[in-house]
Structures are given as C-alpha cells and as structure tokens.
Design a protein around this ligand. Structure first.
Ligand SMILES: Nc1ncnc2c1ncn2[C@@H]1O[C@H](COP(=O)(O)OP(=O)(O)OP(=O)(O)O)[C@@H](O)[C@H]1O
Length: 248
C-alpha cells in the first residue's frame, strides 16, 4: 500500500526540531493513513525520538518544534499534549515510563484518564487489553516495576491503547527484549492494524520493522533520505547495506 493514495490520519508538514543550536530534525514530511503501519528507521541520533515527541507535543523543555502536525486535517501543532491525547494520538516512549510501584492494572487504568466516550467503562477497556495481552490479566495485581522487560513493554502499549487512540506511536518497542518476546510484540503490532489503529513505529531493528510495515522512511541526521513501500525499502541496496546487512 502506498502512503499517498488514501486519506492521511496524521501528517507532518516541514516539521523541524531544534535544541538550542542542535538541529535534530529538518523539514520532515510524513504521512500515516488509518490501519497503516509506517516505520521510521535510521541510526542513533538521527532525530527519530524527536520526531515522535514533536508529533505528540512532548518535547523536552529545551526542544522547539516548527512546521505543522496535522491530525485528521486539523493543525494540532499548538495543542497541549493532553489535548492531542484526548483527540486520539498516543505515544509509548522509549523508556516506557511506567508507574513502577503501582499494579499493572492501575497503570492501565491511568491510560484512560483522557477518555471521554459516553457509555464507556474502564472495565471494557481492560478486557480489550487483556484479550490482546492475556499475560497482563494473569499479572494484573503485580507491581509494574517487578515485571520483565517484555511484560513492561506490553503494559506500556496496553496503557497507550486504553486511550483508544487512532494513531499509536511506538518508540523502539523491541529495545532490550529477547528475540522471542520481540516477536510477540511485533505480532501484536501487526494485529492492531486489523482494528484500524494507525501505527507509527520507530525501530533500530529495521528488518523486523520493515517486515510488519506498509511504508517506511529512512531518517539520517535529521533528514528523510529515502521513503517508499516497506517491501521496496527492504530490497533497496542502500537500505540493505546500511541497515539490513549481516552486521545488523
Ligand atoms: N533534550 C535535548 N537537548 C539537546 N540535544 C538533544 C536533546 N534530545 C536529543 N538531542 C539531540 O538531537 C539529536 C536527535 O536525537 P533523537 O533522540 O531524536 O535521535 P534518535 O534517532 O531517536 O536517536 P536514538 O536512536 O539514539 O534514540 C541528537 O543529536 C541528540 O543528541
């Protein structure tokens, strides 16, 4: 599927990020459609986290974004993070940022604090998350800080899904996970597509990311240097050499 022939749920127009004199992201144009998985691959320091944080309105205090973030055709660039969350954007940050001394279930419930849909109960939300991640149901009373790395990632994704987002952004979801757990996380990501969630995925594991994605962007030192259907990028000699070769 091309990123161009369907209506975008999320679009960035000339989105740039700077931290004082450091230019982390330059005039980036990216599109994401409903039910699509789009990945951004690139080396350390390329500006990938800055991109997601700028879309969410969650840049650190010394960070400044320019350009536009369009969500369902509305410019949300000047909206606070809570408003973006309430509209349907959600971010699972690289560090997961769980409340470690609270139970798994309480962490999940906190994810629904901006949810306003009439007739919705957080029990329904929890049941949905538990059907996606049955292990979290078994462990719902366990303190989040005592969960394994993979389980914590599941809690972090589950918490983001509790806000019923239309756009889910994942920053390095496979970081630090054993291959088997990583495969489980990627399996869940590809299943979310079926429920209409659009996913913007940032990954160091380029091979796995391109395998589950419809479309991809290569970001290098703040610039998009390549983009295209994920299957084409996976065959591109430059991508193979830089990101998919034996050393990766
Ligand atoms: N708060 C900050 N203050 C100053 N510079 C920053 C800040 N955050 C990031 N940077 C710089 O901006 C550039 C892009 O960083 P960013 O974290 O967005 O890249 P990344 O592609 O996500 O990297 P990684 O894969 O290592 O997480 C880097 O040069 C980084 O050092």
């Amino acid at each position: 599927m091309s990123a161009d022939n369907t209506k975008a749920v999320l679009e960035t127009r000339n989105l740039s990020v700077r931290y004082g004199k450091v230019e982390a992201l330059r005039a980036t144009n990216l599109r994401l459609c409903a039910g699509q998985i789009v990945t951004v691959i690139g080396p350390n320091g390329a500006g990938k986290s800055s991109l997601l944080n700028a879309i969410m309105g969650a840049l650190p205090t010394n960070g400044q974004a320019e350009g536009a973030v369009l969500y369902e055709d509305h410019d949300v660039s000047h909206h606070a993070i809570e408003l973006r969350l309430g509209k349907g954007l959600a971010l699972v940050p690289e560090k997961r940022e769980l409340f470690t001394t609270m139970s798994v279930e309480d962490n999940l419930v906190l994810g629904a604090y901006r949810r306003r849909k009439a007739g919705w109960s957080y029990r329904d939300g929890l049941e949905r998350i538990y059907s996606i991640f049955p292990r979290l149901k078994e462990r719902r009373h366990q303190l989040a800080g005592t969960m394994s790395g993979g389980e914590r990632q599941m809690v972090a994704i589950g918490r983001a899904l509790m806000s019923d987002p239309k756009v889910l952004m994942l920053d390095e979801p496979s970081l630090g996970l054993a291959p088997r757990v990583m495969a489980e996380v990627f399996h869940v990501i590809s299943h979310l597509r079926d429920s209409g969630v659009a996913t913007l995925l940032i990954e160091q594991n380029s091979r796995a990311a391109l395998q589950v994605s419809d479309y991809g962007y290569v970001l290098e030192v703040g610039d998009v240097t390549l983009e295209g259907p994920a299957a084409d990028l996976a065959k591109n000699p430059k991508v193979i050499e830089a990101y998919l070769g034996a050393k990766h």
